[in-house]
Design a protein around this ligand. Sequence first.
Ligand SMILES: Nc1ncnc2c1ncn2[C@@H]1O[C@H](COP(=O)(O)OP(=O)(O)OP(=O)(O)O)[C@@H](O)[C@H]1O
Ligand SMILES: [Mg+2]
Length: 360
Amino acid sequence: MPINTVSTQNTDLRIILNALYEPVLVLDFNRKILLLNRAAERLFGENLVGLDFVHAVRHPDILASIDKVLAGESRSEAVISLNTPTRATYRVSINRLDQTQSAGPGLAISFYDISLVLEAEQMRSDFVANVSHELRTPLTALTGGIETIKGVARDDPAARERFLEIMEREAARMNRLIDDLLSLSKIEFNAHIRPTETVDVKDLVEATIATLRNQIEGEHLEIVCSIPDTPCTIQGDADELTQVIYNLVENAIKYGKAGGVITVNVRKVEFSEVLLGPALVVEVEDQGEGIAPEHIPRLTERFYRVDSARSREKGGTGLGLAIVKHILNRHRSRLTITSELGKGSKFIVNIPVDDLDNPQ
Ligand SMILES: Nc1ncnc2c1ncn2[C@@H]1O[C@H](COP(=O)(O)OP(=O)(O)OP(=O)(O)O)[C@@H](O)[C@H]1O
Ligand SMILES: [Mg+2]
């Protein structure tokens, strides 16, 4: 069936190919483009029919794979990255068409975008590498402690005591890391299930601040709260939202300035710029050292810390804000962060509310 000459069949074929999501091209045995679907036109441009395939894609790997099929192989593959219209990686499949004539259609080429698969693979392997690294640090301290107690500190009770304390701290850190990883995976598992409990955010904020009061006083910080008198009910998961508030206030304590003030505000707004509708806004503000603008977009990534040594020294796992972000996603809520170096940071949570006047 010579596609280029039988135009009605050619049109039918194009209608069918246009329904495919993947870009598809049909070439003759001289590498000339006979037909391409709309997805291929979007990727490579229009008016390519009749031209050599290199006018669509000039990439040595794909040209070499086409040559193999032209030389007689039934199929071949190539993996190529293209920069237009946006950077993407494709698995390109080149198939010889089942016909013997040397004129007319010779091979079909289809492009599968595998960028998301590659990205997911990369994220998975980065995650495993990060977790291993995070576990290795306390594990090294534990192994070192055991060796010291068995060796040089064997007959030195004071040194033994000191090393046991270090080991206890490191074991606790491993425990915290595993707890955080498990809660992250639980939140991800439930990501698409909307929470159904009715919770009063006002109560959650007050209860969380009460549990952190010792820590606040220990760091010589003052906490100032501005919370409405009326209930602030929303549909949510009480434990998860408590964790959000806890992690934000805990950060304000850890990274705030000794002697400074932490401010926690809860208010209802008719129209949130972030959610484009009525919302409950929870703000946690500190007067700490602040965060440089280049770090702000990355703070909610797992294990991302501005100063790793400092975070670890304070027993941090670097997962606190990642947990916050995942919980807020599940609640269709958003976290925004503003900060000024040397002045402090403000973490703002916008939670959607259907009707401000009628608690849910
Ligand atoms: N209020 C804040 N002021 C300055 N830096 C902050 C503040 N909150 C977070 N950060 C920075 O963001 C990083 C990530 O915070 P996150 O809460 O995710 O982890 P962490 O506090 O290091 O550990 P974890 O919360 O697991 O104990 C911190 O290491 C810190 O560098
Ligand atoms: Mg934290």
